[in-house]
Design a protein around this ligand. Sequence first.
Ligand SMILES: NC(=O)c1ccc[n+]([C@@H]2O[C@H](COP(=O)([O-])OP(=O)(O)OC[C@H]3O[C@@H](n4cnc5c(N)ncnc54)[C@H](OP(=O)(O)O)[C@@H]3O)[C@@H](O)[C@H]2O)c1
Length: 235
Amino acid sequence: MQLKNKTALITGASSGIGKEIAKKFAEEGALVILTARHLDKLKQVQKEIENNNYCADSFEMDITNREQIKDTIEKIIKKYNKIDILVNNAGIAIWNSIQDVSYKEFDDQININLTGYFNCIKEVVPYMLKEKSGNIVNIITSTVKKTKAGRVAYAASKYGQAGLSNAVHEDLKDKGISIIAVYPSKTNTPIHDRYISKNDPQREKMLKPEKVAEVVLKAALIPAAKDVRELVIDS
Ligand SMILES: NC(=O)c1ccc[n+]([C@@H]2O[C@H](COP(=O)([O-])OP(=O)(O)OC[C@H]3O[C@@H](n4cnc5c(N)ncnc54)[C@H](OP(=O)(O)O)[C@@H]3O)[C@@H](O)[C@H]2O)c1
């Protein structure tokens, strides 16, 4: 029970990596706050967690909607008093070359992945500063360590997230708030469904989301004083 009495807000908790982080954190005693755009899917994950006698709550929250984020964070604070851990995980993946990527695809990718992480950090940090403690874990990708062809918009958003994470780390490391970027390699989740068939043997070679969740748990337990900036997960 390494997260007993902790409240953990997880974005994109209805699917893939976020869902496994939510289950793992709940098993470790945290009250997990599940957020994403589709409440019905969040409620299914909440039910799964509660059926195992752990604690969860769900809120519809689009990470591109600043008003909705502010409102949701206020509701969470009113109901549960604090947010100890924020896991920025929600995202999309549009894979295209510079020749093929449309302006809309590029803008959507940046708005959701990069600005979305910024929006959530910006709203949660004042509450963490009041408590003089907190852990923020940002899920990036190993693409940032070795970019492949055909990843223009995705790579731009993920490099942006990495820069954001490192910069916020520097701002808050002496204020009791730990900011850690986690870099998973390819992980077998629904994000790949539009590009790689579910039965493709490649899928089995990918990381399992449960493995990523274990590393995210480690990251969420590292105190600010340790000054750890990143954890990389290779397959
Ligand atoms: N899978 C991989 O190979 C891999 C590797 C490295 C890093 N990552 C990163 O890991 C994170 C999770 O990916 P995944 O593979 O678990 O994807 P996934 O299974 O497709 O899940 C994505 C989650 O994000 C939510 N989401 C999408 N847009 C949102 C928005 N605007 N506001 C709020 N929630 C939103 C989705 O729910 P709704 O649609 O209901 O909103 C869903 O819960 C992403 O940041 C991804 O870049 C993935």
